[in-house]
Ligand binder design. Structure first.
Ligand code: ADP
Ligand code: ASP
Ligand code: MG
Length: 412
């Protein structure tokens, strides 16, 4: 018998009707000889609601308690889905993270899964019972509830798939696959038949929220066949693979964007050894994650230093650097939390020169000023003012001909 993991995201279990539809769908798979291990998210909007509830009682809510609160959303959906399945004669049993020992590393709000006890899941499968597992949560060595970071149910699904050793892990969502760009922003974005783990990991890490980055990392590491597809309609979706087997070999495979970015600039900094560590040391010890870093050599022994952080860390980073500015005698400190990062990703870039120039030309033609640039072997990222985000994504998408006109190749 084929065994698969199916993960249903927030929109897919966002109402009673949708939960009923998911139950129907799982029953159909079972009737056609496929056993499903279901992993579910909270109903759409619920985790946001819980987060603001937490913030309404405490300015800086305790991370431990925030995790207890946020993890509760998934408890509702596993119970409802298990009930709906049993109602249809499909025996099902719900599990919270700690009931199947999804062991995590204790990092509240961004925990990593260390291992999973598959005994109960295997026993259920042997008896023809469908396990319905809460995504996004685990339990640490001290018995604390941990959450995996927003969007983390994808990672639960892949981890379960790897631990049980299933035939495929399906991420069932509100789009029918991975597109060349977010289809909510680019009308003629195109569904990809396949994408490599390497490219998908870049896209996810650079902001494409269709998959949680760690789920892709996990799937690549443990060779889990991973597919993104629609919860609402049947179709092949997008397969994440080690190597592409299709004719599709574009230079750029996809575009990602991240809106929640901010940048901090310290100018008139004495240009002496150790200065980068003096500026970034307190920030990384906070700990605040620093992404892009740019330092220019200036005149008169002075330099300018700019780096980006998550928007939620902007105020804190600025506060920390005010003290640094005084101690090193820098002229000016400024923050900008209305920026966005746009990235083009593709393994095809390795063998093509001039990709960056094409991207910069496309932005220039729309009069969009580039604030920062960073490149690696298979990606180019630029930072622009947030108000240009959509326009920038669309013009880059059309510059690389990622839209509808390639459909012919896919259907050929
Ligand atoms: P779920 O609740 O099912 O986990 P998410 O909202 O986390 O769903 O992810 C699906 C969303 O990801 C889509 O609705 C789409 O707007 C967005 N998205 C961003 N980039 C892409 C992309 N390249 N391809 C497909 N969807 C994308
Ligand atoms: N419910 C969690 C969130 O909204 C986890 C998930 O949906 O993957 O982030
Ligand atoms: Mg998601």
């Amino acid at each position: 018998m084929t065994v698969i993991v199916q993960k249903y995201g927030g929109t897919s279990v966002g109402s009673v009707e949708r939960i009923q539809a998911v139950a129907e769908r799982i029953c159909r798979y079972r009737d056609s000889g496929t056993q499903v291990l279901a992993v579910v998210s909270a109903m759409s909007g619920e985790t946001n609601r819980l987060e603001s509830l937490g913030r309404s009682v405490a300015g800086k809510p305790l991370a431990r308690e925030m995790d207890v609160l946020l993890a509760s959303g998934e408890q509702v959906t596993i119970a409802l889905l298990a009930m709906a399945l049993n109602e249809r004669g499909c025996r099902a049993r719900s599990y919270l993270g700690d009931q199947i020992c999804i062991r995590t590393d204790g990092n509240f709000g961004r925990a990593r899964i260390k291992d999973i006890d598959t005994e109960a899941l295997r026993a259920d499968l042997a008896e023809g019972i469908t396990p319905v597992i809460a995504g996004f949560q685990g339990v640490d060595a001290d018995g604390n509830l941990n959450t995996l970071g927003r969007g983390g149910s994808d990672t639960t699904a892949v981890a379960i798939a790897a631990a049980v050793g299933v035939d495929e892990c399906q991420i069932c969502t509100d789009v029918d696959g991975v597109y060349t760009a977010d289809p909510r922003v680019v009308d003629d974005a195109r569904r990809l038949q396949q994408i490599t783990f390497e490219e998908m990991l870049e896209l996810a890490s650079l902001g494409s929220k269709v998959l949680h980055p760690r789920s892709v990392e996990f799937a690549g590491k443990y060779r889990v066949p991973l597919r993104v597809l629609s919860s609402f309609e049947e179709g092949p979706g997008t397969l994440i693979t080690s190597e592409k087997t299709t004719m599709e070999q574009p230079i750029v495979s996809g575009i990602a964007y991240a809106r929640d970015e901010a940048k901090i600039t310290m100018s008139g900094v004495p240009d002496i050894p150790g200065i980068a560590s003096k500026i970034l040391g307190p920030v990384s010890r906070a700990p605040i994650e620093v992404d892009m870093i740019v330092q220019n050599t200036g005149a008169d022994g002075l330099t300018d230093f700019t780096f980006t952080v998550k928007r939620s860390d902007h105020d804190r980073a600025l506060e920390l650097l005010t003290a640094v500015q005084q101690s090193i005698g820098a002229r000016e400190l400024a923050g900008d939390n209305k920026i966005a990062k746009i990235s083009v990703v593709g393994v095809g870039m390795r063998s093509h020169a001039g990709v960056a120039t094409r991207m910069f030309d496309a932005l220039a033609a729309e009069n969009i000023n580039i604030l920062m640039i960073s490149t690696s072997e298979i990606k180019i990222s630029v930072v622009v003012a947030e108000r240009y985000l959509e326009l920038a994504v669309r013009c880059i998408h059309s510059e690389f001909d990622l839209g509808a006109d390639i459909v012919a190749e896919e259907t050929a």
